[in-house]
Design a protein around this ligand. Structure first.
Ligand SMILES: C[S@@+](CC[C@H](N)C(=O)[O-])C[C@H]1O[C@@H](n2cnc3c(N)ncnc32)[C@H](O)[C@@H]1O
Length: 486
């Protein structure tokens, strides 16, 4: 990585402007980040980035050199393979690329599990990280799309440059740069009326770092798996393009700490303070207040903050629970399961439910359990009505939920107590430490959720008996005293 000052010189020479209130410095444990050099009021423009210096498949000349028809025929417009190839090609151009100083400033190594050894990945067993790495998909795109394109155009990709700039290793590095630093930028629409008062166009960017705003309405390449699914895309032009946004990608993020956000205007993008920031404080963007599993997978770090329980962790942590656990606990026969799960998915249900740190039993899980427990008659009626069962909780359902959580907890090879003891060792290697923190966060949620179910069941029993006592006091009292004698 080059010096930040070289990047800033390039940025300003390329038409970017940086307010005197903003500096860049190293923050221990966070790498480089932005700092307020003086008190900054809310709504202040921290820096402006001209659209021309965004790096994307629209701004790089490579797609046009290849030919836009050929580009689309080779499906380079789908997923990240196109922008990765542009980034590789721009790097190969050396100083003649307008992004050479920017590309030199980007990290080439990552702490993300994509680069972990198999032994290190074992530390993540049970967490949702492993199934989402997307390594095989990336390799398939590299071999099936990128390499054939590169090999077919020696005029653009001279043979001797292939082992230097167009390798699988570099493909993963570029993919990780995109995953941890890109934004989904709304494409500039010349037909659209400009805002009258020149205010930022109605909303902030959706991005790898900020999932609010327009991204909610469109498929994000940063959501879920590393890249959008090839099959899910038609030939329609996406309204958002994945873009590398110099300088905006120098801001770190921490749960609940956002004090700046990127906004777009017709000609430029602007980083604007969303709160007042005191001199000396870090300027934080948001990556969407993600759980530690996702922070680790995409960015290679985790958040550790004081939690209401007194522990340290990430308040945004969640546990993902596959529908398979409900099937395994309820054990309906295979044909019943298949038909019902297919129908559940057709109805818009997900095959994974998410347990959050508020410990509320996910409504989708309750509906799914009820669906799997329907008798054949009830099932036929539900299909005829085209309605999945209502998420009504009672003690029987709570028993199933608890059994599902117990089963989910067994997915981790170690116990919560083991992990907490291991984490006390301050000399642990970073990856192992991060994996432990992810595991501990998830297990705490599961264990607390099971305790909550226990107290819900006790409350329900108390509620039942007091309700019944009201209606049939004598009979009920008799039964209770009998019960006590046993
Ligand atoms: C968008 S970049 C931010 C700039 C980056 N720190 C740099 O040195 O270029 C995202 C990366 O910053 C680091 N980072 C961001 N927020 C962090 C945090 N709260 N704790 C630790 N590292 C963080 C992670 O390595 C992440 O992949």
């Amino acid at each position: 990585m080059s010096d930040v000052s070289e990047l800033l010189t390039w940025f300003q020479a390329s038409g970017g402007s940086l307010d005197s209130s903003v500096g860049f410095t190293e923050f221990p444990g966070c790498g480089r980040g932005a700092v307020a050099l003086e008190d900054i009021p809310k709504g202040h423009v921290l820096f402006k980035i001209p659209r021309e210096i965004l790096l994307s498949t629209d701004t790089s000349t490579l797609p046009r050199r290849i030919g836009l028809d050929r580009w689309r025929e080779a499906k380079m417009h789908i997923g990240w393979v196109g922008i990765i190839l542009c980034m590789m090609w721009e790097t190969a151009q050396g100083p003649s690329s307008i992004w050479s100083k920017y590309l030199e400033s980007l990290p080439a190594t990552f702490d993300t599990p994509m680069f972990w050894s198999d032994l290190e990945l074992e530390q993540l067993a049970g967490t949702s990280v492993v199934g989402k790495l997307g390594k095989a998909d990336a390799e398939r795109d590299f071999k099936g799309k990128l390499l054939p394109m590169v090999q077919s155009r020696p005029d653009l990709f001279p043979l001797e440059t292939i082992p230097i700039y167009y390798t699988l290793g570099i493909y993963h590095v570029m993919g990780s740069r995109i995953l941890s630093r890109s934004f989904d930028v709304e494409k500039d629409d010349p037909e659209e009326e400009p805002e009258e008062d020149g205010a930022p166009a109605d909303t902030s960017l959706g991005s790898a770092m900020d999932v609010d705003g327009p991204q909610d309405e469109t498929e994000s390449p940063h959501e879920g798996d590393s890249e959008p699914d090839d099959d899910s895309e038609g030939d329609e032009e996406e309204p958002f393009g994945v873009s590398m946004v110099p300088l905006a990608d120098m801001l770190n993020a921490r749960y609940g700490s956002e004090n700046a956000k990127l906004f777009y205007e017709t000609d430029d993008l602007r980083m604007v303070s969303t709160k007042s920031i005191k001199a000396g404080e870090q300027i934080w963007n948001t990556y969407g207040d993600l759980p530690n599993s996702e922070l680790l997978r995409r960015y290679g770090h985790v958040d550790m903050l004081p939690l209401p329980t007194g522990d340290l962790g990430n308040p945004g942590d969640v546990v993902e629970i596959s529908a398979d656990f409900a099937v395994a606990v309820l054990r309906p026969d295979e044909t019943v399961t298949k038909a019902r799960i297919d129908w559940w998915l057709e109805q818009g249900g997900d095959d994974v439910v998410v347990l959050e740190s508020d410990l509320e039993v996910p409504e989708a899980l309750v509906s799914l359990i009820r669906l799997l427990r329907l008798t054949s008659d009830e099932w036929e009626k539900a299909v005829a009505k085209d309605k999945v069962p209502k998420p009504k909780i009672d003690n029987e359902i709570l028993d199933v939920v608890r059994a599902i959580f117990e089963r989910r907890l067994k997915e981790y090879p170690t116990t919560l107590a083991d992990d907490v003891a291991l984490l006390a060792n301050e000399t642990l290697p970073l990856n192992k430490r991060h994996a432990l923190i992810v595991r501990i966060g998830e297990k705490r949620i599961l264990e607390r959720a099971m305790q909550k179910i226990e107290s819900q069941r006790v409350d329900a029993r108390k509620g039942d008996s007091s309700r019944k006592r009201k209606t049939q006091p004598e009979e009920e009292a008799g039964r209770m005293s009998k019960t006590r004698r046993h």
